[in-house]
Design a protein around this ligand. Structure first.
Ligand code: UD1
Ligand code: MG
Length: 449
């Protein structure tokens, strides 16, 4: 049966003490909302609807950036979680499948857990995701009898006895679209908070002889973010999980606890990642590549057999083909390096295309920016760029061409040519010692005065 998602993201998140809406704070270099969207997308849903409210335009923009097919609806004012879900009714009331409700500020729900909820729908009309809480605090409590969920009681409305229950509500809920909206129309706000609670649904289902059930998951999956403290904890939890996943997938991490991943980092089997490596967004590392210590990578692709670092920085648009070597103190941005290119040391390559097996000497700079516009440098195959060459773009260096060390290349270099772009050297015999003697006498004269 088809499934759609409703992700609640209208809340203000006042305890974050921030101008940024809560769901746009980052964990693993991605907004919290993108974590929920990633989990949802793993189930290949028909539709994903995000309910926005506080800073709706910003939240909608972020949802669309994740995937333009995500739809957003506005909840204004915010009258509770059932009211929030009801905002999606115009889009989903006629949807002939299941709906799963997720929270935008709960980044760790696993797709396997969501799938387990779908499977449990074979036995129950309404399925709620619960967890055994070490400290149940102010969570809603699940009142069960046997396999059946009788009702959910919100902390504010619970009795002392109910507060002893440790099985808590995560907020995630699954039922057919038809039933969800039918039951929501019966929800009242006669509770302590005078809100329309989504948590009323199990009891309402039971009242019409439908069954409700619970799927449980580990508490770590339901970790919600309400404060900066929890945001930091969520980051630590995310990194710990990402490291374990990488190791399990056959990636070598020589010092796992010093490597930082983004939500969308992809690393192939048998890649080796050294210590203190930081992955920003949109990095893919193919099988067998090696990233040595202290590298910073973002928006780049590293192919099989390539070796990067130590101390290299790959910025957005850096594309390294097979067996490329990038060494220490090299920065690469918006540049394509074909197979076997070597850029060993102290170099900036920006807005460039470099042909296969070309060697870039130490201290080379592509001078890509004239203060107003960016320009491209094109270097052919098997070229040799001498150390400390300044390539003033736009400029082209041909196949098998060579630039002399220290050259400032402002004109195109034809195939197979040697380009010399520097002042001719002049040697003045004996002048070094004369000059030194003179400087020393000047210093001595100053010292005595
Ligand atoms: C909710 C549950 C509670 C559960 C807890 C788990 C209800 C009534 N209670 O409580 O049983 O244990 O989550 O964390 O559902 N939101 C909207 N519009 C609204 C209200 C909320 O979009 O009008 C969004 C919030 O942005 C948030 C989510 O829904 O992402 C949950 O709302 P929140 O106010 O945090 O509910 P809790 O009191 O934590
Ligand atoms: Mg909450």
């Amino acid at each position: 049966m088809a499934v759609s998602f409703i992700i609640l993201a209208a809340g203000m998140g006042s305890r974050m003490n921030s101008d940024t809406p809560k769901v746009l704070h980052h964990v693993g270099a991605a907004p919290l909302l993108h974590h929920a969207l990633t989990a949802a997308r793993a189930l290949e849903p028909s539709r994903i609807v995000v309910v926005t409210g506080h800073e709706a335009a910003q939240v909608a923009k972020s949802a669309e950036a994740f995937d333009p097919s995500v739809e957003c609806v506005l909840q204004e004012p915010q009258l509770g979680t059932a009211h929030a879900v009801d905002m999606a009714a115009p889009l989903l009331a006629d949807f002939a499948g299941d709906v799963i409700v997720l929270y935008g500020d709960t980044p760790f729900i696993r797709p396997e857990t969501l799938q387990a909820m779908r499977d449990a729908r074979a036995h129950h009309s309404v399925v709620v995701l619960g967890f055994e809480a070490k400290d149940p605090g102010r969570y809603g409590r699940l009142v069960v009898s046997g396999d059946d969920l009788e009702r959910i009681v919100e902390y504010k409305d619970s009795t002392d006895e109910e507060r002893l229950i440790t099985l808590c509500n995560s907020g995630v809920l699954c039922a057919s679209a038809k039933l969800i909206f039918e039951l929501i129309s019966k929800v009242e706000n006669d509770n302590e908070a005078q809100e329309y609670y989504l948590t009323d649904l199990p009891a309402l289902a039971r009242a019409q002889d439908l069954s409700a059930g619970v799927v449980t998951c580990d508490e770590s999956e339901t970790l919600g973010v309400n404060t900066r403290q929890q945001l930091a904890e969520a980051e630590a939890a995310f990194q710990s999980r990402a490291r374990s996943d990488a190791l399990e997938n056959g990636v070598t991490l020589t010092a796992p606890e010093t490597v930082f991943f983004a939500l969308d980092t992809h690393i192939g089997r048998d890649a080796i990642i050294g210590p203190n490596v930081i992955f920003g967004t949109a990095v893919t590392i193919e099988s067998g590549a090696e990233i040595k210590g202290f590298c910073h990578l973002e928006g780049c692709h590293v192919s099989r057999g390539a070796i990067v670092g130590p101390f290299a920085r790959l910025r957005p648009g850096a594309e390294l083909a097979e067996d490329v070597h990038v060494g220490n103190f090299v920065e690469i941005k918006n540049a394509i390096l074909d197979e076997g290119v070597k850029v060993g040391h102290l170099t900036y390559i920006g807005d460039a295309d470099i042909g296969e097996f070309t060697n870039i000497g130490a201290g080379t700079v592509t001078c890509n920016y004239d203060g107003v516009m960016k320009h491209r440098t094109r270097i052919g195959k098997r070229a040799f760029i001498g150390s400390s060459t300044m390539l003033v773009a736009p400029v082209t260096v041909g196949n098998d061409a060579l630039t002399a060390s220290g050259s400032v290349i402002t004109e195109n270099v034809p195939d197979e040519a040697l380009a010399l772009g520097r002042a001719k050297q002049v040697n003045k015999p004996g002048l070094a010692t004369k000059l030194m003697a003179r400087l020393k006498s000047i210093k001595a004269a100053k010292g005595s005065s």
